[in-house]
Design a protein around this ligand. Structure first.
Ligand code: PXP
Length: 248
């Protein structure tokens, strides 16, 4: 049993399906089947992002995931009324609130928790009433960690995109690691549980072990990419192997 958990984001299985079957209610590859294989391989949770533009995961996917998976369902979502309504009915185990812009290829920046205290607190309360935990996807900035604690979310997810992007530049990588370490330490002191994700892959994961207090890592693109060559089960097992040795 590893000390840090792996949540597999299966969005890009749906991306491949939508490339061929957009607007059709069936098609391959099936993200649900992928999620079930991830669970069999040892993943601790499944993450899916129901975007407002429905570019990959569709509504039917999240309902089937809710019905079929045995581990935790983490629904990534914008704090938008339509999606909040869906989440309250779906009752995932946890929602991760993320910023969303139509033009972006993937979630680019963190949530401005500090700038949206009232709106995020309102959604956090609605989720709490429905028995759903809340995570806030934020950049590793101390002001955002403090705002997350004020909002009262149980979790934050530290955005590792900048760390991943600069992984091959030693000085910048150290700088990004330091930001993650300090944000995780502050979050822990404030009673927040700490997840992390975005851009993590088979090369940059071991170095991330330096960040303390991590509960779960959410990883998608690199696992789905590797699965194209070695299959989903092996891709997940290899990633789990890289979590081994994490000391918290
Ligand atoms: N965590 C969050 C909040 C995300 O928005 C994403 C991307 O959808 C991920 C993790 C996974 O990122 P990646 O696909 O780069 O592993």
């Amino acid at each position: 049993m590893t000390l840090v958990k792996l949540g597999v984001n299966i969005d890009h299985v749906a991306t491949i399906r939508e490339a061929r079957y957009k607007g059709v209610t069936q098609g391959e590859p099936d993200p649900i089947e992928a999620a079930l294989i991830c669970e069999r391989a040892g993943a601790h949770g499944i993450t899916a992002h129901l975007r407002e533009d429905r570019r990959h995961i569709q509504d039917r996917d999240i309902w089937q995931l809710r019905e079929q998976i045995k581990t935790r369902l983490n629904l990534e979502m914008a704090n938008a009324p339509e999606i909040v309504e869906i989440a309250l009915k779906l009752k995932p185990d946890i929602v991760c609130l993320v910023p969303e812009r139509r033009q972006e290829v993937t979630t680019e920046g963190g949530l401005d928790a500090a700038g949206h205290l009232a709106a995020l607190t309102e959604t956090r309360k609605k989720m709490a009433d429905a028995g759903i935990e809340v995570s806030l996807f934020i950049a590793p900035e101390l002001s955002q960690v403090e705002a997350s604690a004020k909002i009262g979310s149980q979790f934050i997810e530290l955005h590792t995109g900048s760390y991943a992007e600069h992984f091959n530049e030693p000085a910048r990588r150290e700088h990004e690691l330091k930001r993650l370490v300090e944000a995780a330490q502050l979050a822990h002191r404030l009673g927040l549980q700490v997840n992390a994700g975005h851009g993590l892959n088979y090369d940059n994961l071991k170095t991330l072990h330096q960040v303390p207090h991590l509960v779960e890592l959410n990883i998608g693109h690199s696992i789905v990419s590797r699965a194209v060559f070695v299959g989903m089960e092996r891709a997940v097992k290899e990633m789990l192997g890289l979590l081994d040795g994490y000391r918290g």
